[in-house]
Write a protein that binds this ligand. Sequence first.
Ligand SMILES: [Zn+2]
Length: 431
Amino acid sequence: MDARQAMQNHIVWQLGNGSGCKAFGHPWHGLWLQVKASSVQQSRLQVSELINQDGGWDNERLIREFGFATALYIAISVKPPSISSTREDRIIFSYAKNGQFTLKKAYQLIAATPDITVFQPEVLKVIWHTQGLLPRIRLFLWKTMHNSLPLGDILGRRISNASRPCELCGSQAETISHALFTCPWARTLWIASSLGLPTEQLPENVTDLLTAIFSAMDENGARLIANHLWAMWKLRCTEVYEGKKATPQQFLSLAESYNRLQLQAGLASIRNSNSATSQSHDGSVTCQVDGSLSSPDMAGWAYILGDEDDGLLQYGLQSGALSSPLHAEVRAMHHAVMAVSKRGVHECVFFTDCASLNLVINNSLQADQLDWRVYHDSLDVIYMFKINTGFKCEHVPREQLDTVDRLAKFARQNRVSYEGFTFPIFHPSTV
Ligand SMILES: [Zn+2]
């Protein structure tokens, strides 16, 4: 992202009564999505026209105008304008707390802006759809793409606005592309690997870099490269933090060991999945789960799957008729564990604000203590927790599950179901 783009992202509209800001093309406060209008009527639409009689968002209208994912984002993370308010919409510089633009603030913003915000579908495809890739390697690639590996370039800028030189060669800034490819240390290992990967004249931008590498690969090739990248990263950390010199032989055998693990994981049926994969100690995937029920019987439930930095990996919401609040919670957990397993994740901490749900999962409630409809849904959940020893469920206070709670309510009120993966929805920096 260049500096001008970074500035533009922070010149936004703050909603007052919603009558000055256009629904399309004007970036609202906290809403970075620049959605384009598809018709002349749409381009004239004011934000205030999206408000219903009760002063809340008109969700049906939002969905009609923006499509589901954007509508959902607006509905749960943007405060609706207050039509009756006398305060008008205004343009602010959101990077400054008081909204006032100053050169000093602008400079700080540019210094703190990482290079990446554009996501190439090609790379995402490799990350999420390559069969058998170990979950920790998927996460590693995901982080690489988000420029969030702990490297001198990134750490340095967070702390002092200046890049730090490479820990191993000392000659250049320690960017991701340097650390994994162009550093003489890395280059030696790549050459030894005989994968024929170019290590010169690679793009500095991580997304371009990964795209350049993965776009020509089939699934096997992508998996091979991903394993080698992960091995490279592991060895680099060992050398930097423990001072252990890595040899090309180690590099090859480490990458090969991930290949083997993946093969085993692929072959192992779900019954004994803990043999091959539970050795992984990611512990980094979390899933928030919540259900919401109103009388009579209309329920919504949702989950949000995130990485250790609260980055969004995936979310889902569904609605339907259920028998009780507990039933909505159990169904939410059912939805979540299925989504998590389907993704190939074997270690995950699930968060719920429902103490009874924990009892259900631990099988501490007897069948006759539960409504038969709840019992029926709970069987799958209990089974999934039994076979996945890496699944844990934790009870947390309601306040910690605010977003997923709103998702579940949205599903219930609008009777909708949806599964999404896209950033920047719910990205911490935008909510
Ligand atoms: Zn270096």
